[in-house]
Design a protein around this ligand. Structure first.
Ligand code: NAD
Length: 297
């Protein structure tokens, strides 16, 4: 029998723990605050930001939302980030990506105070992660680590294969799996668009993390017997539905399930963890900035 991971259940458990931390902070006079900044008319980005704001409200974190006209120059965004950096009621800042083409994303990430960088993308925080001394682990790979722990998947000594080398998922995922300590110590291979014979690598994986953004590219022929398959992909494909599309992962679920022992569905797998870990980083940021200790889940 294959175990299908319930990401909603794990996310709710973590969010309950984060909410307790938020209460501890508020009782000490510190209301954790997260600022989201949206500089885009993209419907998906608007949805992501409003989901983050809604979860803040549910967990006792104060959400602040800022919108900037995408036609404005880069200075409008940078000035806003500077204000938020200086505002003591804001502990975490999240600029929703993508930003307009006339703005260099790297400049945006560098502008955010690394102590408020709850996405974990500032070069200082990336460096700390690589050095094995993470301050804010990037939310999606951290969520994957939490899912593996929740389902007692041993990473130590496991062959882990990550498909994808993006800065937000693939690379930090590999960095977490390879670190010393709990949830790490895996023998980690990173595959990408230039990998020769991808299936030869993925079939060797005890833990296979798919983060390529290619709909249903991983099928049973690429999954070894007994593997744990984590599907990070969220891809819109045309479908005969009310919206005209449906969301599918990078894994062909029904096919891969034939070989996998444990597998995540899409939706309801990794997705819910991303927001839960953003809330986690926000209360961690508030705790670090205020000196009020919290017992993170
Ligand atoms: P990206 O496009 O930045 O990176 C994709 C990576 O996959 C690249 O490094 C590329 O080398 C590799 N790749 C592309 N095609 C490949 C192929 N045929 N074979 C092997 N490797 C290939 O994407 P991303 O931002 O890392 O996101 C990946 C997927 O995860 C997307 O579907 C995205 O929507 C999803 N995502 C989900 C969450 C979540 O909360 N669950 C968060 C972030 C991203």
């Amino acid at each position: 029998m294959t175990t299908v991971i319930d990401g909603n259940e794990t996310a709710e458990r973590i969010e309950a723990g984060v909410s307790t931390c938020a209460t501890t902070l508020r009782e000490a006079g510190v209301t954790p605050g997260l600022a989201t900044v949206l500089m885009s008319d993209d419907g998906a980005s608007e949805t992501y930001v409003s989901m983050k704001q809604q979860t803040c409200e549910e967990l006792g974190i104060r959400g602040y939302h800022h919108e900037i006209d995408p036609e404005e120059p880069a200075s409008a965004l940078f000035d806003r980030i500077d204000e938020l950096n200086a505002d003591p009621s804001i502990h975490g800042i999240l600029v929703q990506m993508p930003v307009p083409d006339h703005i260099d994303k790297a400049d945006v990430l560098k502008r955010i105070d690394p102590m408020k960088d709850v996405d974990g993308f500032h070069p200082e925080n990336v460096g700390r992660l690589v050095a094995g001394n993470a301050r804010f682990k990037p939310c999606t790979p951290h969520g994957v680590q939490k899912l593996l722990a929740a389902y007692d998947v041993e990473t130590e000594g496991a062959e882990a294969v990550v498909v994808g080398r993006s800065d937000i998922v693939g690379k930090p995922m590999a960095n977490l799996l390879v670190q010393y300590g709990e949830g790490g110590n895996a023998t980690t291979t990173v595959c990408h668009s230039r990998t020769d014979d991808l299936a030869a690598h993925t079939r060797e994986a005890d833990i296979l993390v798919a983060a390529a953004g290619v709909p249903e590219m991983i099928d049973a022929s690429m999954v070894g017997e007994g593997a744990t398959v984590i599907d990070v992909g969220i891809n819109r494909v045309d479908a005969d539905t009310e919206k005209g599309y449906e969301l599918v992962g990078d894994v062909d679920f029904e096919s891969a399930k034939q070989n996998a022992d444990i597998i995540t569905p899409v939706p309801g797998g990794v997705g819910p963890l991303t927001i839960a870990m953003l809330m986690y980083n926000t209360v961690k940021a508030a705790s670090l900035q205020s000196g009020v200790p919290v017992d993170l889940p």
